[in-house]
Design a protein around this ligand. Structure first.
Ligand SMILES: O=C(O)c1cc(=O)[nH]c(=O)n1[C@@H]1O[C@H](COP(=O)(O)O)[C@@H](O)[C@H]1O
Length: 235
């Protein structure tokens, strides 16, 4: 008998809206087999855990992108709170350090198979060499991403958020199972906005990205569902 494998959509749509009705109007056009959803700081601050629960209830895998960065105890308790919401993925900042990431990882162990994927942000995709220098980091983005990704792996996490520009390097250094989540995705011809280390969806997948985070190129399009379908078809 043939077993049907669970769909594994590659695109995580960043729901960055100030208006919940607007976000829900978009979600109604989407199919959980075609995409996953990311809830970040804006919508979580405005609409809280109820909004996240409603998306989970509608059948979507939700990436809760709150980029926790705090002392180990606080972050460990925060990722447990995320697990209780039933999210599929949650993230912390790798620059919070090894002990912080280990504490977060250990806090999720009791959830076993039900635990959300735990991911660490390395260097934000909006940052360049110059931005790093301004915060006292003299390495290039790629060097800093690699160093933070190694720390993340050593802490036992599932993967990192990085730019697709670092994906091939990280896959070669850290192996196929270490997940790479890449924002800063811009289909050819779309506006980069505040992003700096960007790639097209096709380039990102070819470079080794496991999941592509895409916000404005989909959410601000006149027909978001069509843009999503076009990107999925192009992958
Ligand atoms: O953790 C993230 O998701 C994230 C990390 C990063 O380095 N860069 C980055 O853009 N993001 C998020 O990814 C989304 C990108 O959205 P767009 O630039 O509109 O495609 C936003 O919601 C960001 O908060």
């Amino acid at each position: 008998m043939q077993t049907l494998s669970k769909p594994d959509p590659k695109i995580l749509i960043a729901l960055d809206f100030a208006d919940q009705a607007h976000a829900l109007a978009l979600v109604e056009q989407l199919d959980p087999r075609q995409c996953r959803l990311k809830v970040g700081k804006e919508m979580f601050t405005l609409f809280g855990p109820e909004f996240v629960r409603s998306l989970v209830k509608a059948g979507f895998d939700v990436f809760l992108d709150l980029k926790f960065h705090d002392i180990p105890n606080t972050v460990a308790n925060a990722v447990v709170a995320a697990a209780e919401l039933g999210v599929w993925m949650v993230n912390v900042h790798a620059s919070g350090g090894l002990r912080m990431m280990k504490a977060a990882h250990e806090a999720l162990l009791p959830y076993g198979e039900q635990a959300p994927l735990l991911i660490a942000v390395t260097v934000l995709t909006s940052m360049t060499d110059e931005d790093l220098a301004q915060v006292g980091v003299s390495s290039s983005p790629a060097e800093q991403v690699l160093s933070l990704a190694r720390l993340t792996r050593d802490a036992g996490l599932d993967g990192v958020v990085c730019s697709a520009q670092e994906a091939s390097l990280l896959k070669a250094e850290l192996g196929a199972n270490f997940k790479l989540i890449t924002p800063g995705i811009r289909p050819a011809g779309s506006d980069a906005g505040d992003q700096r280390r960007i790639m097209t969806p096709q380039q990102a997948l070819a470079a080794g990205s496991d999941y592509l985070v895409i916000g404005r190129p989909i959410t601000l399009a006149p027909n978001p569902a069509q843009v999503l379908a076009d990107i999925n078809n192009s992958l």
